[in-house]
Design a protein around this ligand. Sequence first.
Ligand code: ATP
Length: 238
Amino acid sequence: SDSAPALEASGLAFRYPDGHRALTGVDLRVERGERVAVLGPNGAGKTTMTLHFNGVLRAESGSIHVGGLPVDSRNLKEIRRRVGLVFQDPDDQLFMPTVREDVAFGPANFGVRGAALAERVRSALDAVGMAEHADRSPLHLSGGQRKRVALAAVLACQPELLVLDEPSSNLEPVARRELAEVLLAWGGTMLMVTHDLPYALQLCPRSVLIDDGTVVADGPTAELLANAELLAAHRLEL
Ligand code: ATP
């Protein structure tokens, strides 16, 4: 429904096949329009958590709702339309001969065709400042440009929740700043996994801190980052 939160996860637990308990009871609620950073040390469970939000991984227990719709096998296609995942490495997302085809792939998969599809591609490439590169091969772009094309490929699906894994990693300062501007201009609900604490502060008014598979802090980013003891206890460096 329209009043449901963008995301609500409760009691989320997950164990990898080797028995490792990666999530031990995650509770997280994100309202529509919020931008939330997901912080935490290496191995805390951040990526594992985000892979549950669009059904790539299936929780062992607990529940997830996206805009009120439960994430389960009956709803997977609609959940994947609603939740756009942008992977850390754009090369995991770009595999077509041209930028245009890569950006068209997602919406075409959701049934968008013809002029509507062309318009989706045009507006997503516009949003990331890559319109003039539509006919190039992603292989010939810089790392920052590839990150923006991977973002466009997800934005073209018009997600209700954008989930980004380490968007600023491996980016030069200029590319990092350009990407921040694109994300702020997009203006939608966003969950951003990052080790880049200044980036979290710049983009996300709220942060959740994950460690050992659970949420250990949740509040205004500025407050979390001002808590030196908390950061040290969870091996985070400003
Ligand atoms: P990073 O900041 O390094 O990306 P993260 O917080 O995203 O870390 P995850 O990648 O979610 O952490 O990993 C959580 C835990 O699960 C880690 O201990 C990791 O070694 C383990 N893990 C990840 N993938 C698998 C897998 N396929 N099989 C077994 N264990 C795994």
